[in-house]
Design a protein around this ligand. Structure first.
Ligand SMILES: *[C@@H]1O[C@H](CO)[C@@H](O)[C@H](O)[C@H]1NC(C)=O
Ligand SMILES: *[C@@H]1O[C@H](CO)[C@@H](O)[C@H](O)[C@H]1NC(C)=O
Ligand SMILES: *[C@@H]1O[C@H](CO)[C@@H](O)[C@H](O)[C@H]1NC(C)=O
Ligand SMILES: *[C@@H]1O[C@H](CO)[C@@H](O)[C@H](O)[C@H]1NC(C)=O
Ligand SMILES: *[C@@H]1O[C@H](CO)[C@@H](O)[C@H](O)[C@H]1NC(C)=O
Length: 266
């Protein structure tokens, strides 16, 4: 899956002979997939020069000059590289995180040089979020019409986690390039089954619907209530409670206000 967006286009002249045009294009790709970076050329001639470089050190990957293709040996691209001879298009297959970065294409045709940069970000598919609640909330639910649940994901980067009520977003939390665990609390009305927790990044998403009465049935014999009964998830999430508590302090006020407003609107 590739989403390429034209980012910017500038043009400046160097000593009247060489024109340098720079384009920057964003590319999002899912781990394990392939992506193709296009030169925009259709028929490379023998006196044209095409060169692909990668990363902040601008390491050469491959080059076409005098009609010859040269591939520079690089562990990261070994057996993953395809260069289309006619167009100079570069395909990288079975990508992983180490293929994230800036790919720089330089083209020299008739003494005119142009440069394109492709900013590639490789994303992992998002995990399915886990919804859980503290057992003390369960015993309270008889007297109270609402309770607090948490939606959590472990060890993620470049994602947004959101609570929805129907199709309206109630609250969201995002993380960029750090790999961390995220939890988002929500105070929900006990009888309301229209809540869902959604996690997404530019290449994938997962939705978990909240079954609040289901949560409380599982509740009776454990410390925390989960939407899935697996012990492994339970252990992991227990370890998460510390993180969740910190996030909760920050976000709870907001959520309670939102829910409060929703209730007074009725
Ligand atoms: C390209 O990516 C950069 C960095 O993430 C971002 O700031 C910019 O808005 C993106 N451009 C477009 C057109 O999406
Ligand atoms: C291209 O390949 C031909 C034949 O192998 C060789 O004679 C020539 O020197 C090469 N040109 C360059 C620029 O490497
Ligand atoms: C894809 O790359 C991973 C390592 O990043 C490797 O383990 C796997 O075998 C590769 N898959 C294919 C189909 O080449
Ligand atoms: C978290 O993710 C990183 C990168 O994806 C990985 O290297 C690390 O092993 C993961 N840690 C855990 C505890 O899963
Ligand atoms: C979620 O992923 C599905 C495909 O799996 C896609 O059709 C849908 O548009 C995505 N939704 C969002 C909000 O990105």
């Amino acid at each position: 899956m590739i989403h390429a967006v034209l980012f910017c286009s500038c043009c400046f002249l160097l000593d009247g002979v060489f024109g340098v045009e720079t384009d920057e294009i964003n590319v999002s790709v899912m781990e394990g997939d392939s992506f193709t970076l296009r030169t925009g050329l259709t028929d490379i001639q023998s006196d044209d020069e095409i060169e692909w470089r990668f990363g902040s050190s601008k390491t050469r990957i491959t080059r076409i000059a005098a009609g010859n293709v040269t591939e520079y040996d690089d562990e990261r691209f070994r057996d993953r590289l395809q260069l289309e001879r006619q167009t100079g298009d570069l395909t990288i297959t079975n990508v992983s995180n180490e293929h994230s970065g800036v790919y720089q294409l330089s083209i020299i045709i008739n003494n005119k040089k142009s440069i394109k940069r492709f900013v590639v970000i490789v994303y992992a598919p998002v995990p399915v979020p886990v919804i859980f609640s503290d057992v003390s909330q369960c015993s309270l639910s008889a007297e109270r019409s609402s309770r607090i649940v948490l939606c959590s994901v472990l060890n993620v980067s470049h994602v947004t986690l959101s609570w929805y009520k129907g199709i309206s977003v109630l609250s969201s939390i995002s993380v960029s390039d750090l790999s961390i665990s995220l939890s988002l609390p929500l105070e929900v009305e006990y009888q309301d089954n229209t809540y869902s927790c959604v996690i997404y990044n530019p290449v994938s998403n997962q939705t978990k619907h909240l079954d609040i009465s289901g949560l409380c049935q599982i509740c009776s014999d454990c410390n925390l209530c989960f939407d899935t009964p697996e012990a492994v998830i339970r252990l992991v999430v227990t370890a998460l409670m510390g993180v969740a508590a910190v996030v909760a302090v920050v976000l709870l006020v907001n959520d309670i206000r939102r829910v409060g407003r929703a209730q007074t609107n009725k």
